[in-house]
Ligand binder design. Structure first.
Ligand code: NAD
Ligand code: TYD
Length: 353
């Protein structure tokens, strides 16, 4: 038994792989292109672990996929690999189409060919689990009910449009070819190994460096925040017991406006690493809004609870405290990811705001 995980050197994928070995000995083949978002240091704990095999490569490389599937004969594929940052998708949507749409297509085709050659139990139990986002559903008004699995797809950014396209491909490969797929649509994650271009880690690392904390627009955009370890446990549940062809929404029952997230991080840093210059909230700086900024996301996670008994283990308070502590304890990791490429991105995204 083996899993093929794609994108397992990124934020959620590396948490998933690290967590996996806490509860399983089943080997993982980890295929990741190591883009700017992929980081082998996220997998340092597995450096000498024979259960983990890392392969640098692209999910769009069909020959490589065929070779890996033939060699390792996985019982499932879990697809995390993606371009994942909305602001980057606005500055350059091409990579999002290449990886999220065409890459998923290549992976589906390779999976279909491999699965078609299996028989008996191996064929019946094979799964293709596609990890997606709540952003495919578009934006909610303040009082609208949270997204259920039957909510219409209304993606608004190049990122969410590319993820919506990939979800549609996964669905079609099930309906047309019978590929045994599962899709998860999760809300915003936070936690260890989060690349500091996204809201939570950016605010932590900027505050510690005494830099402005850039809040887009009025800061009242609402996201539903989930600790990454809870997302990983949801994926394990869906992989183990999800109904083939179904989608499962995953969320934290934890809607908060961005400004509240930023103020919570500031308060935790005031407690854990007080700054002689005064409270960190003094660094909050309202900047020009993101174009097409979705106002509110909220997940109705009752289906996964009803069918699979999954609920998040962390509250926002416990999860964000763990996260801030992790960043304080991992200054080397932070310094390592803030390379030249990272500085170029910060200049591109924030200079004009
Ligand atoms: P990430 O950007 O941190 O990591 C993506 C990983 O994929 C990186 O390691 C990167 O090197 C790899 N990758 C990119 N292109 C590749 C390619 N062509 N071939 C192979 N590997 C490639 O992203 P993340 O936040 O860990 O998100 C993982 C998945 O979860 C994505 O599909 C994303 O859409 C989805 N998701 C993310 C969130 C969130 O809050 N971060 C929420 C819901 C769903
Ligand atoms: P982000 O972490 O990029 O995730 P997503 O856009 O996928 O939800 O952003 C989360 C929210 O925080 C989003 O409403 C945009 C906002 N935001 C800021 O206000 N300032 C920032 O510097 C960043 C990166 C995001």
């Amino acid at each position: 038994m083996t899993l093929l995980v794609t994108g397992g050197a990124g934020f959620i994928g590396s948490n998933f792989v690290n967590d996996w070995f806490a509860g399983h000995d089943e080997p993982v083949v980890n295929l990741d292109a190591l883009t700017y978002a992929g980081n082998l240091h996220n997998l340092d704990a597995l450096r000498n672990d024979a259960r983990h095999r890392f392969v640098q490569g692209d999910i769009g490389d069909r020959a490589l996929l065929d070779r890996l599937l033939a060699e390792h004969r996985p019982r499932a594929i879990v697809n995390f690999a993606a371009e994942s940052h909305v602001d980057r998708s606005i500055h350059g949507p091409g990579e999002f189409m290449r990886t999220n749409v065409l890459g998923t297509f290549a992976l589906l085709e390779a999976a279909r060919a491999y699965w078609g050659g299996l028989d008996g139990d191996a064929k019946a139990s094979f799964r293709f689990l596609h990890v997606s986002t709540d952003e495919v559903y578009g934006s909610l008004t303040p009082d609208a009910p949270a997204f259920t699995e039957s909510h219409a797809y209304e993606p608004n950014s190049p990122y969410s449009a590319s993820k919506a396209a990939s979800d549609h491909l996964v669905r079609a490969w099930h309906h047309t070819y019978g590929l045994p797929v599962l899709t998860t649509n999760c809300s915003n994650n936070y936690g260890p190994y989060h690349f500091p271009e996204k809201l939570v880690p950016l605010m932590i690392v900027n505050a510690l460096a005494g830099k402005p904390l850039p809040v887009y627009g009025d800061g009242m955009q609402v996201r539903d925040w989930l600790y990454v370890g809870d997302h990983c446990s949801a994926i394990r549940s869906v992989l183990a017991s999800g109904r083939v062809g179904e989608t499962y929404n995953v969320g934290g029952w934890n809607e908060k406006p961005n400004i509240e997230i930023v103020k919570t991080i500031c308060a935790l840093l005031d407690e854990l690493r007080p700054d002689a210059g005064g409270p960190y909230a003094r660094l909050i700086s309202y900047v020009k809004d993101r174009p097409g900024h979705d106002r509110r996301y909220a997940i109705d996670a009752r289906k996964i609870e009803r069918e699979l008994g999954w609920r998040p283990a962390e509250t926002f308070e416990s999860g964000i405290r763990k996260t801030v502590r992790w960043y304080l304890d991992h200054a080397d990791w932070v310094a390592n990811v803030q390379s030249g490429g990272y500085r170029d991105w910060v200049a591109t995204n924030y200079a004009q705001r």
